[in-house]
Design a protein around this ligand. Structure first.
Ligand code: ADP
Length: 296
C-alpha cells in the first residue's frame, strides 16, 4: 500500500494540554479519508501539522516521506482548504486566480477559471460578497489549481446548507477521482462523509480511536441483542465497543474477529455512522470518569 501521510507518535502541546498525543496513523494513496471527532479532538491540529503550519512537539509527521514543516518542496504538492475558507475578501475570484500564479510554482489557472465558470461564480465580485457556498467553491478551485497530490480540507462544508454541501462534495469528488488525488477531509457531518469517503480516522481527546478502510470497518462491526451480559468473553468478539442493558437484555455494538455462533445473540449489520457514534460515546464516558476520579 502506498502511504501519502504518516504520523508516528505525533504530538502537539499548548501549554500543559496536548492537542494531539501519541498519534500514529497513515493515509493510503488515492483514497478519500474522513477525519472525524468532536470539537477539540485535535482534527485541525493534525491538519495544521500535516500542512507544515505547526511544528510537532513529539514524534513526527511525514508527507510523501518528508517533514512538511518549512519544506517548500513538499508543500508544493499539498492543497489546503482551511476552516471557514479564509480568503482575501476584498479580492474578486478572478484576482485570486491571477494572484495564485505568482504564489505557486505550479498553477493551473485555466482549471480554476473553468471550474468557477461552470459553477456560475461571478469573476468580478469581491469574494466577501459571495454566498458561503460560492466562497467554499472558490477556495476549493484555488486549492485544486495547485494540482496537489494531497488535498486537506478542514470542515469545508460546515457552514453550507444541504444543497450547497451536496454540490460542493460532488464537485470535489469529481475532480479528485480524475486526478487520483489523495484527500483528507474533516467534518462533523457523518452522513455526508459516509457517501464520499472510503477510509476513516476517528480522533477523540487528542488520540486515534479507530482507523481503517470503511468497507472493512463496516464488515467487522455488528450489533448483538441477547440475554443480559455483564462482561466476560464472547466467541467471535474482539471487543465490546458500547453496551446498553435492561434487566434482562443487552444490546452490544461489537468489533468482531470471527463468527458469532452463539444462538442466544441476534446479529445485525451496522452503518458507519452508528460505529463512529459508538466509539465516541464510549470514549466520552471513559474521559468523564477519569475527570471525576471515579472508576468507569
Ligand atoms: P478540533 O479541530 O478537533 O476541534 P483542535 O485541533 O482545534 O480540535 O483543538 C485541539 C485542542 O487544542 C483543543 O483542546 C483546543 O482547545 C486546543 N487548541 C487548539 N489550538 C490552540 C491554540 N492556538 N492555543 C491553545 N490551545 C489550542
Amino acid at each position: 500500500m502506498d502511504v501519502v501521510l504518516e504520523a508516528d507518535q505525533l504530538g502537539k502541546r499548548y501549554g500543559n494540554t496536548w492537542a494531539l498525543r501519541d498519534c500514529s496513523l497513515h493515509l493510503p494513496a488515492g483514497r478519500v479519508t474522513a477525519l472525524v471527532g468532536p470539537n477539540g479532538a485535535g482534527k485541525s491540529t493534525l491538519l495544521h501539522l500535516a500542512v507544515g503550519l505547526l511544528r510537532p512537539d513529539a514524534g513526527a509527521v511525514r508527507v510523501f516521506g518528508e517533514s512538511p514543516y518549512n519544506n517548500t518542496g513538499t508543500l508544493a504538492d499539498i492543497g489546503f482548504v482551511a476552516q471557514d475558507t479564509p480568503l482575501y475578501r476584498d479580492f474578486t475570484a478572478a484576482e485570486l486566480v491571477t494572484a495564485g500564479a505568482k504564489l505557486n510554482r505550479r498553477w493551473d489557472a485555466d482549471l480554476a477559471r473553468n471550474r468557477l465558470a461552470q459553477l456560475g461564480i461571478p469573476p468580478n465580485r469581491p469574494v466577501g460578497k459571495l454566498s458561503g457556498g460560492q466562497r467554499a467553491q472558490v477556495a476549493l478551485a484555488l486549492a485544486l489549481a495547485k494540482r496537489p497530490r494531497l488535498l486537506l480540507l478542514d470542515e469545508p462544508v460546515a457552514s453550507l446548507d444541504p444543497l450547497a454541501r451536496r454540490e460542493f462534495l460532488q464537485s470535489l469528488m469529481g475532480s479528485v477521482a480524475d486526478a487520483g488525488t489523495t484527500v483528507l477531509l474533516s467534518s462533523h457531518l457523518l452522513a455526508d462523509l459516509e457517501r464520499v469517503c472510503d477510509y476513516l480516522i476517528v480522533l477523540q481527546s487528542a488520540q486515534v480511536r479507530l482507523a481503517g478502510p470503511v468497507d472493512d470497518l463496516v464488515a467487522e462491526h455488528r450489533q448483538l441483542v441477547g440475554p443480559r451480559h455483564d462482561g466476560g468473553p464472547l466467541g467471535g468478539v474482539a471487543a465490546v465497543v458500547r453496551a446498553s442493558h435492561t434487566d434482562r437484555q443487552s444490546t452490544l455494538l461489537v468489533h468482531t474477529n470471527g463468527t458469532i455462533d452463539d444462538p442466544a445473540w441476534t446479529e445485525r449489520e451496522v452503518g458507519l455512522e452508528d460505529i463512529i457514534l459508538a466509539y465516541l460515546a464510549d470514549g466520552d464516558t471513559a474521559a468523564s470518569h477519569t475527570e471525576w476520579g471515579v472508576p468507569a
